[in-house]
Design a protein around this ligand. Structure first.
Ligand SMILES: Cc1ncc(COP(=O)(O)O)c(C=O)c1O
Length: 428
């Protein structure tokens, strides 16, 4: 009997061998996230003229986070609604939100919507949409033997990790030409042509992070044609709709054009930047299928994946965005707020270009500062110069020469231009 109990107990809780370390004691220390590390270093810096150009969040002219007036209005309206409770949302999210979000990115006249071919899931912001999309690929995308997902080189730092987390080792495709500080269209088209048929290409729908370099409409069309020829799949990441041009429809052009042309695709959408809802984690994944029947099956499988990942998404941010998108007055006001943010960024681009070219006569061509789009700009500074900007000028930027234009304002832009000029001349 004693032996029997020992056997059972032993089975339930095997004795720990004190000589061997517990599993977690062998976990290696991971390096800190580079952007969060940069922010911590900026915060610890006591230099009065320090500038933070690392973080990808909008700041107003006083370097402060900006709560959009329309978001304040929507919040007040929500608070007054006594019918609201804290029940779970459906697995794929708040239906009024996902339907409006799909219209916003695909266009209200989209054939994918009128033919009921688009399936939408509310996600944990854009990151969650990327994750759910990547997970979906691992389960249901026929990779044709070679599992290939292509990411632009460079890309948002988190893309590689998101795909690796679900067991996909992504491959880079050329995107940016450092010599011309512009799009490497030849390299990109070459990659599309060389990739095995039915590969997945992750494309930034607008305001490419980190380069700020987007294809023109003509270039997008060329890309779409090669993707159709090769039966590739477009994995659109759209984290900045409205932020690039100030116009929500214009920034959705590439996605809508691909849908019109029949390129198979999915879209990851985020309301972090364009609604200033960073911490609310409001996003969506939209998968466009060839027909309604496929879409229904896709929806059923997305529900299964979502259920095991997060069960159901959070409600507050989705309710705010749903109010803004579905109320014509608030929608109009939101568009104005977007113009305020994108307009300030565009004015910073113009001013920086003016200071470099007309005040300092900084060596080199600085037209890319004007031509690039969205929150980020690739200055063209190399790793050594970027490091010098942090260490000697207290200007915090990433090692690849990327700056967030939203970190510039009327108080710090002259100091930044002066520091940039010095680092280029080697006198910093
Ligand atoms: C290209 C890109 N995709 C996705 C995201 C995800 O943002 P979030 O999860 O905050 O919506 C970001 C954020 O910086 C981004 O730059």
């Amino acid at each position: 009997m004693a032996t029997r109990i020992k056997q059972l107990v032993g089975h339930i809780a095997p004795p720990i061998d004190m000589a061997t370390p517990e599993l977690w004691q062998e976990v290696p220390l991971a390096p800190p996230d580079s952007i969060f590390k940069l922010t911590a270093a900026y915060k610890a810096d006591t230099y009065p003229k320090k500038v933070n150009l690392g973080v990808g969040a909008y700041r107003d002219d006083d370097s402060k986070p900006w709560v959009l007036p329309v978001v304040k209005k929507a919040t007040e309206k929500l608070l007054r609604n006594e019918a609201l409770d804290h029940e779970y949302l459906p697995i794929l999210g708040l239906p009024e939100y996902t339907a409006a979000a799909a219209k916003l990115i695909l266009g209200s006249d989209s054939p994918a919507l009128s033919e009921s071919r688009a399936v939408s899931a509310q996600t944990i912001s854009g990151t969650g949409a990327n994750h759910l999309g990547a997970l979906f690929l691992t389960k249901f995308y026929r990779f044709n033997g070679a599992k290939k997902v292509y990411l632009s080189n460079p890309t948002w730092a988190n893309h590689h990790a998101i795909f690796r987390n679900v067991g996909i080792e992504p491959v880079d495709y050329p995107y940016y030409n450092p010599d011309t500080i512009s799009l490497d269209l030849t390299g990109l088209i070459g990659s599309l042509q060389e990739a095995p048929p039915r590969s997945v290409f992750l494309l930034h729908a607008c305001a490419h992070n980190p380069t700020g370099v987007d294809p023109t409409e003509e270039e997008w069309d060329t890309i779409a044609n090669v993707m159709l020829e090769k039966n590739h799949y477009a994995f659109f990441d759209c984290a900045y709709q409205g932020f690039a041009s100030g116009d929500l429809d214009k920034d959705a052009w590439a996605v809508r054009h691909f849908v019109q042309k029949g390129v198979p695709l999915l879209v990851c959408q985020s309301f972090a930047k364009n609604a200033g809802l960073y911490g609310e984690r409001v996003g969506a994944l939209h998968i466009v299928s060839p027909d309604k029947d496929t879409a229904d099956r896709v929806r059923s499988q997305l529900s299964v994946l979502q259920r095991s990942e997060i069960s159901n998404p959070p409600s507050h941010g989705a309710r705010l965005v749903e109010l803004i998108l579905n109320d014509p007055e608030m929608f109009a006001e939101w568009k104005q707020d977007i113009k305020t943010m994108s307009g300030r960024i565009i004015s910073m681009r113009k001013e920086l270009h003016r200071l470099l070219t007309q005040v300092h006569n900084t060596p080199g061509n600085w037209d890319h500062i004007l031509n690039q789009i969205g929150m980020f700009s690739f200055t063209g500074l190399n790793a050594e110069q970027s490091k010098a900007m942090i260490e000697r000028a207290h200007v915090y930027m990433t090692g690849n020469g990327r700056i967030s234009m939203a970190g510039l304002n009327s108080h710090n832009i002259e100091y930044f231009a002066e520091s940039l000029d010095k680092v280029v001349r080697g006198t910093l």
